[in-house]
Design a protein. Structure first.
Length: 177
């Protein structure tokens, strides 16, 4: 049976999209927020100092907030955008709800928040350095590739979105229109 234009995707299409979303979640942010920090922390000379327990635990809320924000954004890409977080399988529709109402790149912000939380929790300078390197690389990727690709794909709607929503920091929105 053929489906008409605008018809909802069948369950197989949705299931495959969900599997791809899960795969890319483990592959991309999973590598950056779990595998690389684990490697950095477990390597020689990067052991956590255990005599700063209260300070360490101040990193936990950042880890939880970052992970929750990341999962929220991944869900929005899956459910509204009908795509994944990977540049090779991007959303088909521009996502402007959820955290995307406040900043254009909340996933990157969530990853950095998680990494800073991990750096504090594990008292790890190498993980803090990783967070700094990630900020630089994410900014270069966004400015040199991602924004251009989104302008090509979504045109005027993306241009309007960039005028009202900040790249990294929420913009103050005046109530006067």
């Amino acid at each position: 049976m053929k489906r008409g234009v605008g018809a909802a995707p069948d369950w197989r299409t949705t299931f495959m999209l969900l599997l791809r979303s899960i795969f890319f979640t483990f592959l991309q942010p999973g590598t950056v927020t779990v595998l690389i920090p684990y490697w950095l922390i477990s390597s020689r000379g990067a052991a956590a100092v255990s005599n700063h327990q209260p300070l360490r635990f101040s990193g936990l809320p950042l880890i939880v907030i970052g992970a929750a924000g990341l999962l929220w954004c991944i869900w929005d890409f899956f459910s509204q955008g009908r795509g994944t977080i990977s540049p090779i399988d991007p959303p088909k529709h521009l996502v402007v709800r959820g955290l995307y109402r406040y900043v254009r790149n909340p996933m990157y912000v969530a990853v950095v928040t998680t990494l800073i939380g991990e750096a504090i929790f594990f008292m790890s300078a190498p993980v803090l350095i990783e967070a700094g390197v990630f900020v630089v690389l994410a900014n270069l990727f966004v400015m040199c590739y991602e924004e251009r690709a989104l302008r090509r794909q979504f045109g005027e709607s993306y241009e309007r979105y960039t005028q009202t929503v900040g790249r990294w920091i929420p913009r103050y929105r005046s109530r006067v229109t």
